[in-house]
Design a protein around this ligand. Structure first.
Ligand code: HEC
Length: 238
């Protein structure tokens, strides 16, 4: 038994660092921020849906939740489909994409639940140039990733800075080739994108959170009535 507990304790850190051994950066996203969700949705349809689908999400639902009219949805958000009631599927053939990238880009409907928002944020912050990879890039959160750095125009490229550690060359940090203003804008872009992925992972969360406050308020007001009612009953009994 003791042995089992010691093994579990020793295993814990390795579970925590399942993300390729790097410390995760914080997404700090807020799914109640509708402007951020809308900006994230725009990035998603423009930069991701060439390859990834979100098959469990309907355009219309997004429009209703974030406050985008059907006309605006059709004009700015929908390129593959015609009806606002459609789901966010892609036209790309699965066999083609597997041939091009070696692996089919996964559906992203619930990726935020599978990976967590901090992992996603870190993933988009840590693409770096690596000439040994087929696409010329690698990623700290997802070593040997098969996806290109699709947002490079918005971020610029990052170069790895190496350090010696016990005879091994390891990446100490990433250095951005580009301007500081652009870097700040990119952080906002990634936060918005992760926010959108978080939202589509559970669209009902928006309503659930809003309803939660109403229920709490109701219970609180009800409590005040209950206290007065109790006083009223006990007055005659005492
Ligand atoms: C050119 C095609 C392409 C585009 C565009 C693209 N991806 Fe990918 N993506 C891939 C492929 C291929 C993989 C699988 C990589 C692997 O398994 O090595 C992937 C993997 C991912 C993963 C990791 C999934 C996992 O296994 O956990 C995430 C997250 C992701 N993509 C998000 C995005 C987002 C968000 C965008 C838009 C900003 C985007 N991708 C745009 C091709 C693409």
């Amino acid at each position: 038994m003791k042995k089992l507990i010691t093994t579990l304790i020793l295993l814990l850190p390795s579970i925590g660092f399942a993300s390729g051994g790097i410390e995760l950066q914080h997404a700090n996203n807020d799914i109640n921020d509708k402007a951020s969700l809308k900006a994230g949705a725009e990035l998603f349809v423009n930069y991701c849906m060439g390859c990834h689908s979100a098959n469990y999400v309907r355009y219309k639902r997004i429009g209703q939740d974030i406050g985008i009219s059907d006309e605006e949805l059709m004009k700015d958000f929908m390129f593959n489909t015609e009806k606002v009631g459609d789901t966010m599927s892609v036209a790309m053939d699965k066999a083609d994409s597997a041939r091009w990238f070696g692996v089919t880009p996964p559906d992203l409907s619930v990726i935020a639940r599978a990976r967590g928002t901090d992992w996603l944020y870190t993933y988009f912050m840590t693409f770096y140039l690596d000439s040994s990879r087929p696409l010329g890039v690698n990623n700290l959160a997802f070593p040997d990733v098969g996806m290109p750095h699709v947002l490079w125009e918005r971020q610029g490229w990052q170069e790895p800075v190496y350090e010696e550690h016990g005879g091994h060359k390891v990446i100490a940090s990433l250095q951005l080739i580009g301007s500081k203003e652009k870097a700040e804008q990119y952080e906002t872009d990634v936060r918005n994108l992760v926010n959108f992925l978080d939202y589509i992972g559970e669209p009902a969360k928006l309503q659930r959170l809003a309803l939660g406050w109403k229920v709490m308020a109701f219970l609180f007001i009800f409590l005040i009535f209950a206290i007065f009612l109790k006083k009223e009953y006990w007055r005659d009994i005492k």
